[in-house]
Design a protein around this ligand. Sequence first.
Ligand SMILES: [Zn+2]
Length: 319
Amino acid sequence: MTGPGPSTVACRNCGALNEAGFGHCIRCNRPLGDAEPADKARRRVPAKRRRKGPGALTGPGAEPFLGRFPAEQLPGVKLFIMLNAMVFALQLMGALTRGADVGSVVGSSGGAYEAFLYGAMPKWRFMAGYSPLAEPWRMLSACFVHYGILHIGMNMYGLLQLSRLVEPALGTVRYIIVYVVSGILGYATSLAWALLPFVDGGMSGGASGAVFGIFGAVAGLLWRQGNAAWKGYALRILGSFALLAVLPFGLDNAAHFGGMVTGALLGAALSGGAPRPSTGWQRALAYLLLLACVAAIVAPRFSPYYPLMLEFIGRRAQS
Ligand SMILES: [Zn+2]
């Protein structure tokens, strides 16, 4: 996944991070002609002014999250990275206490029981006697479960790079909405796709649907502002999708696709083309979604399907 590279520049008007190729600022839509390299701008702005103060890195209308955390400090993405890391740590500890092979959880394909225990989503034909409809909240909990250190590492790296553009541009409240809704609809797409008889539905987990949502949001934001750079960015997103789709890793490409489309639509819908404070219903929705994330992380512990899962992996180990 390609995030902003060394070509990032800071807008002189609002301080938002941009890619040099955008031409106009992704947040305030002013021309970036005189923008300076992002690292240079950051060195020049005194730390105090960076946190608050007019102009600097807190742009017009982008209010701090919960009244305290400016979007430039990325409170939203930090929160999601924390939740993902927490669930991964729980998976490792779960494998340790069960006496299972921890290496397989750190590695890649193993740890199916721990993945299920902490929220991964089995699809229709994964195991007899289980239907995803029985536990629809797994469409959200699966967003926080990863298969191996490389999987979570890549997802979190891509997420951080993309969020440096999107969170300050949308504001943290709308960023949270895009992330969570893209994640859920990514797995909804994955379930719908797996209804097709020729699709081999396994168990799914990972933040990549949500990450693709944030990726798509960049194109949606640029499009809504009438910024011609949206076409080039959309091609880049489709290129990344295609690249991951041809890799032989058994990735959940349907989830990537659903997340990407959702993120692009939400990015366009929620951006007003100019920075402005979040509305009351947007704040209410964002807080509700965060609560849902916490509930979805806790919920799998109460699933009645563990005996079935244990039996299933036991059978698979014997065969
Ligand atoms: Zn700007």
